[in-house]
Design a protein around this ligand. Sequence first.
Ligand code: GLU
Length: 263
Amino acid sequence: MKKKRWVVKLGTGLLTRKDGTTDSRQIGLLVAQLAKLIHDGHEIVLVSSGAISAGMTAMRLTQRPQTTTGLQACATIGQIELMSEYQHHLRRHRLLGAQLLLTHANLDSRTSCRHATHTLEHLLAQRRFLPIINENDAIANEEIKVGDNDRLSAHVTNLVHAGTLIILSGVDGLMTAPDGTGKLIPRVTTLTDSIRQLASGTTSQRNTGGMTTKLHAAEIAAQSGAQTIIANGRTPRILEQIATGKYTGTLFKLKAKADPAFP
Ligand code: GLU
């Protein structure tokens, strides 16, 4: 396991303002943190959501499209918008973003996985590129899509044998109450029924997932021995704090199961 190899997942809510428009300042702050880690010798693979939301903004839609085709079309436009944002900020740190769009079928195919791994290894070895992965929403329909980027990021973690999966969103971590209130649970070693009950799915016009998919992700990532950290991406310098081990968030150190409950 490569200790300094991290997969970082950024959720839509983190990359957008309250009105749903892309939050360029916030993306800039996150890219600055990622750039510092890369320049410090970390190998980072980014999994970024936000394409559909960015597409909604560009297309001036206030409601999330209700049809698969509508969502797919939205993603085709939004993905370019999103990548332009990343590229703009990355260049300021002498880095370049490298886009990979994956589907569930790719993850199921040994050949595709091998190609994806080779490409990622090639990019990471050069220390000046940031691979940015999203689901290939344009061609993923209900039957074939991974569905949420929490789980996609966990599969990517296994693909590149990363030591840590960091899921950043607008919440501090897993809380003692299912509605996200109460106290933060700093460490989880077993996904008991009561832990699962604390994670209630949330969706909105722009976001997918919620705590449930994050728990699934931690479980999937554990299959390759990776730990998962859920933390608030709006906390200043959160990635730096995680690198030093002093951060507010929930660390999942789960044992791999022979038969994953959430394949
Ligand atoms: N692939 C979707 C997008 O870029 C996001 C899915 C998710 O956030 O889980 O909008």
